[in-house]
Design a protein around this ligand. Sequence first.
Ligand code: PEP
Ligand code: MN
Length: 333
Amino acid sequence: MVIVMKKDATEKVIGKISDKMTSLGCEVHKVQGKDYCILGLVGDTSKINPNQIKANINVQDVLIVNHPFKLAGRNFHPEDTVIEVDGVKIGGGNPAVIAGPCAIESEDQLMTIAKTVKASGASIIRGGAFKPRTSPYSFQGMGEDGLKLLKKAKEMTGLPIITEVMDEVNFDTVEKYADILQIGARNMQNFALLKRAGKSNKPILLKRGMSATIEELLMSAEYIMSKGNEQIILCERGIRTFETYTRNTLDLSAVPAIKELSHLPVIVDPSHATGRWSMIEPLSKAAIACGADGLMIEVHHEPEVAMCDGAQSLKPEKFEKLMKSIEKIAKIK
Ligand code: PEP
Ligand code: MN
């Protein structure tokens, strides 16, 4: 961080700011020019609030050199983090594919889909039991009964399971059943939920908020990590833009950007990004080609009667085809 003092700032004022910065834990290097004095701060600047410094009338500007995230940052942790759940690795090169219905609707529905995605080579099964719906009149999910069915799907297939946790109230319940807990786009900045996730010993899949910058996503990961849980998988799932043909706009540049900035694994969800089943295969291939550590794909055997997100769900045979094509891409990477 660099503090640029105003031209007329006195020695006394500069000394006071400098002492304050030292007391907050960093080294201060003063450079006195002809017209300006600048203070270069080095070391741990995480406890310094740049807005507070900017509020000082003697300060001209504050320039931020370092990223505000630390635990999530690659600077502090150069090697890729690999998360392992029941022998499935996420991160470090092997693309992991999470597949299943948007919402768990019945035993028959979940078991049928779980069987087919396992047969096609998916490594983790997804299914929402607590659904964040835009309308209060839409299907809200089966709740704990849905979690029990997920557990059954795990017993049947041997695959680990992931499901969304929407609030602190249901956290303990979801945590009991799930192998990975998903925090959805709408909750990416639910700080109370992030802090609770930080106390969990289960990996967290953190989805990017629909209006969140990459830095905000990484700061949300930092919230979880700062409470002790360092097992985080990030997920790019499309952001809101002016485009309306697709449900969101898939920001594939987030993948290499996150790889530069962070050591955490990053996966891509082309289902929620596009809202259109026909776009899932091409974007899945692109995601793997640009370095994503995996995919999250919605699959339904009868999308036309799905209670949630049928239009963006692949039929099992289309999912099987997708798995074959991404396998080829992963090999040539
Ligand atoms: C989901 O994965 O079921 C979901 C609701 O996704 P998102 O939070 O990305 O909208
Ligand atoms: Mn969905």
